[in-house]
Design a protein around this ligand. Structure first.
Ligand code: GDP
Length: 214
């Protein structure tokens, strides 16, 4: 793609995310999802990975996505409308990997997420968030396997990049990239972001717009 077109998409993405964005609804089950009238980009990650902070940074809002570390309250898909007229939707999936989550909660999470991943034709891409300090952990590999078998495109986004030294970040990027390349549905490029400093946020907005248009 030419540089002019790249810049144009980046500018469109910047404007889109600076414009109207609204919380639409929470869906505790598939039947509560809105009509599939716009492309969707989903966000997945272990609890505390920085998912709410990333959504807030992307949308330039302080509290669009609210942090909830209470396991029972997080079993919903939170849907955000982006653009007026509507251009795309962001779907905040419930966090996973609670150390003390009761078994039935884990099962409910799996059902909801699997139903959504398998049944949603407008889902264009899932962003799998990984803490830069921790790299891939078993629950992350589980969701990557789920995404592979649901044949949903996904892309890894490293969060909290400001918390690690650049050499450590480069090593994590290398290791995670190597593993991602072994997964059928994983996008080979990995994003590095910090909601604190804003690094990588503009690039991610552009990628979201491009994925929605694909
Ligand atoms: P969630 O549970 O995945 O929604 O995670 P949150 O967005 O609530 O973030 C968990 C914790 O990590 C909070 O204390 C945030 O302030 C912190 N955090 C999130 N993103 C960043 C980041 O980019 N840099 C730093 N330094 N801290 C972050």
């Amino acid at each position: 793609m030419s540089e002019v077109m790249d810049n144009e998409i980046a500018e469109r993405a910047r404007k889109l995310f600076a414009g109207p964005i609204e919380f639409l609804k929470s869906a505790p089950a598939l039947q509560f999802l809105p009509d599939p009238v716009a492309p969707e980009i989903a966000f997945a990650g272990r609890s505390n990975v920085g998912k709410s902070s990333l959504l807030n940074a992307l949308t330039n809002r302080k509290a669009l996505a609210r942090t909830s570390n209470t396991p029972g309250r997080t079993q919903e898909l939170n849907i955000f409308d982006v653009g007026e007229p509507l251009q795309l939707r962001l779907v905040d999936m419930p966090g996973y990997g609670f150390a003390e989550a009761p078994k039935d909660l884990a099962r409910r999470w799996r059902h909801l997420v699997n139903d959504y991943l398998r049944g949603r034709a407008v889902l264009k891409r899932t962003l799998v968030l990984i803490d830069s300090r921790h790299g891939l952990k078993p629950p992350d590999r589980d969701i990557m396997d789920m995404l592979d078998s649901a044949a949903v495109n996904y892309q890894i986004v490293l969060t909290k990049a400001d918390k690690v030294k650049s050499a450590e970040l480069a090593a994590t990027l290398e290791r995670v990239g190597e593993e991602a390349r072994k997964h059928a549905a994983a996008h080979p490029d990995i994003f590095t972001t910090s909601s604190e400093t804003g690094s990588g946020i503009g690039e991610l907005r552009t990628a979201i717009l491009e994925a929605a248009a694909s």
